[in-house]
Write a protein that binds this ligand. Structure first.
Ligand code: NAD
Length: 359
């Protein structure tokens, strides 16, 4: 019987990497019935809304979606549809593995990290007060009255919200993931030395949760130090759990450790719904050029196959992708930066992976 999956091509480079991924997933022999769905600017053009209810209904019904990146305007314009999707569906955990495949242009040989990012709160709360508005002025007055701090009248605000409930849930998720996947250690990443009531809360909850998992190692790192440690000795780390913003930043840093965003997959999960999508964004300047690497999305597809219980097909597809990387003949520009003229396009990578699957 075919798996019903909501397929969101996204925009920018999204449709190209999604199509390449759909092709390799079908080549595994697993049967899929794709339910096409549009969000973001594409949905705005087609249906006059950024996030149609029908898309949420489709994902709720199928419980699994595969999603390409979606553009969010920078600085002004509409708010992120990616964040809205995660929030509306309660996808509280973002899982982003970062593993070096032999042949990838990485400075390291043995990186095998997993970033577990809290997806619901922190500076992504979306609670903001624009400079000069009556609300911002009231907030400045309130802070002056309660804290004795005089803030500049032209200040804008974005609220960092960290709750005990969300912190406990994400740290438990990280430890459970460690147990199920035979991992040894969880590192909580924070800035609790400075933000005592938000990151401090996250850290104290993480320490409490760690006591419930005596079989898994636990330590914490201040986020700035964590960045340096990851660049100098990434092999010392295993699972990193962090509030939303640090989790996002660490994900891209970890992508840089393994050869770039073109190799960094991801999943957004609740207890019963999962959306699989690469870590990278819509890279608009490469849109429609058949140029970018579809492997981050293909590896997200591998994660999806594992989630569906299709372990053998997941292993086969991951091996096929790894072989294409190792051979280095049919890879995109990012995997062969020294010889960009010797590289291929997005759809040719899919051809090469499919050839490996059927060899
Ligand atoms: P980006 O990830 O789109 O691109 C940054 C750079 O990384 C690109 O210029 C390119 O050099 C490289 N890159 C990205 N994907 C690649 C691939 N598959 N193969 C090879 N190289 C690749 O980040 P950005 O430019 O900061 O953001 C562009 C847009 O994407 C923004 O609107 C942002 O909001 C959005 N975005 C969406 C998501 C999502 O849909 N989940 C995630 C991140 C960013």
């Amino acid at each position: 019987m075919a798996y019903h999956i909501t397929l969101i091509p996204g925009d920018g480079i999204g449709p190209e990497v999604t199509e390449a991924t759909r092709r390799v997933l079908e080549a595994t022999g697993v049967a899929f019935q794709w339910e096409l769905a549009y969000v973001g600017a594409t949905a705005q053009d087609k249906f006059g809304t950024l996030l149609p209810d029908s898309v949420l209904a489709s994902i709720r019904q199928n419980r699994v979606a595969l999603k390409g990146p979606v553009t969010t305007p920078v600085g002004s314009g509409f708010r992120s549809v990616n964040v809205a999707l995660r929030k509306k569906l309660g996808l509280y955990a973002c899982l982003r593995p970062a593993k070096v495949y032999p042949g990838a242009p990485s400075l390291y040989k043995n990186v095998d990290l997993v970033v577990v990012r809290e997806n619901m709160e922190d500076l992504y709360s979306g609670i903001e007060f624009e400079k000069g508005t009556p609300e911002a002025t009231r907030l400045i007055e309130f802070i002056s009255e309660t804290k004795g701090e005089t803030l500049s009248k032209d200040s804008g605000f974005s609220l960092k919200v960290i709750s005990e409930m969300c912190s406990r849930r994400i740290v438990k998720f990280a430890f459970d993931y460690a147990r199920t996947n035979h991992r040894k250690k969880v590192t909580a990443v924070h800035k609790a030395n400075i933000m005592k009531f938000s990151d401090g809360l996250f850290l104290s909850v993480a320490r409490e949760v760690a006591m419930e998992y005596p079989d898994i190692g636990f330590e914490d790192r201040i986020v700035d130090n964590m960045n340096m440690q990851l660049v100098q000795k990434p092999h010392l780390y295993d699972i990193l759990v962090a509030p939303n913003l640090y989790g996002d930043l660490l994900s891209d840093l970890c992508a840089g450790l393994i050869g770039g965003l073109g190799l960094a997959p991801g999943a957004n999960l609740s207890d019963d719904i999962a959306i699989f999508e690469p870590t990278h964004g819509s890279a608009p300047r490469y849109a429609g050029l058949n140029k970018v690497n579809p492997m981050a999305m293909m590896l997200s597809g591998v994660m999806m196959l594992r989630h569906l219980g299709e372990e053998k097909s997941a292993d086969r597809l991951e091996t096929a992708i790894a072989e294409v990387i190792a051979e280095g003949k049919n890879v995109t520009y990012d995997l062969n930066p020294k010889m960009p003229n010797e590289t291929v396009g997005t759809s040719q990578v899919a051809d090469a992976v499919i050839a490996k699957l059927s060899s």
